[in-house]
Write a protein that binds this ligand. Structure first.
Ligand code: FPP
Length: 248
């Protein structure tokens, strides 16, 4: 278990602090990482994918129950075709390996986002990974692909409106639980902690509804450089905060 040197050499172990049940990570900074090295942006994504594997496994090792990573947003299609294609290739390679890679860790894989836009090949790999891992009992790993918080809410509102239209539901029966139950994360706890590396202070359309009471930790490190120690730092920062959920 990782140890931290605080000022005056006091050490904090992760076993001494309260860990979040659900962590969200906006894996940001791949492009800048590549640019700094004179490499194409796709090289940053490849390096980011390696970091993602390490950090996902580490979260599972330390007992995190849910991890949601932002891999591709509904807005990312606007990037140059070359970069989008490189990302799709990366997802395909990753998903081919993930089926066996995460087996020993008992990680359950879920994909959140609108799947209609993906190739049939990628789609079947997503389905295969979900089917293969659904009986496992370890950490749930949600990979947000073609995900947008607003689009997720629009889909939920459309579903709920249809139920009202066909008489299955009355408007005053719509409450927060019902809305949550129409999101991709149905049945999962809301994220307690959202980590955003690369220093940007934005939510970028990530888990808009679910993050209502999440603690944000913004870190000045680019995602490909993000280490287990950075995650530990975020966990310690989270543990120091006093979450009041709007109360006093
Ligand atoms: C944001 O950085 C990152 C992305 C849009 C892609 C994230 C994807 C990965 C880390 C690949 C791994 C994922 C899986 C599931 C294999 P950016 O490109 O916006 O960086 P910048 O802000 O520095 O330009």
């Amino acid at each position: 278990m990782a140890l931290f040197k605080k000022k005056q050499n006091h050490e904090i172990s992760l076993s001494d602090i309260q860990l979040p049940e659900h962590i969200g990570i906006i894996m940001d900074g791949n492009g800048r990482w590549a640019k700094k090295r004179g490499l194409p942006r796709s090289a940053g994504h490849t390096a980011g994918a390696q970091t993602f594997r390490k950090i996902a496994r580490y979260c599972s090792d330390i007992g995190i129950k849910y991890l949601t990573v932002y891999a591709f947003s509904t807005e990312n299609w606007r990037r140059p075709k070359e970069e989008v294609n490189a990302l799709m290739r990366l997802f395909k390679d990753y998903l081919q390996e993930a089926i066996r890679d995460f087996k020993d860790d008992s990680i359950v894989l879920r994909f959140i986002g609108n799947r209609n836009a993906f190739s049939p090949e990628l789609l079947s790999l997503m389905n295969e990974n979900e089917e293969e891992s659904c009986e496992r009992e370890g950490m749930v790993l949600n990979i947000a692909m073609n995900y947008g918080g607003r689009a997720e809410l629009v889909t939920a509102i459309q579903d709920i409106a249809k139920q009202v239209e066909n008489g299955a539901l009355k408007p005053d029966e719509i409450d927060e639980t019902l809305v949550s139950d129409h999101l991709y994360t149905k049945g999962q706890p809301d994220p307690d902690l959202i980590i955003r590396p690369s220093g940007e202070n934005r939510t970028s359309n990530f888990l808009l509804w679910q993050s209502a009471y999440a603690e944000y930790v913004i870190m000045d490190v680019l995602w490909p450089d993000f280490t287990q120690q950075d995650l530990d730092r975020a966990l310690i920062e989270y543990a120091k905060r006093n979450r009041r959920f709007g109360g006093v």
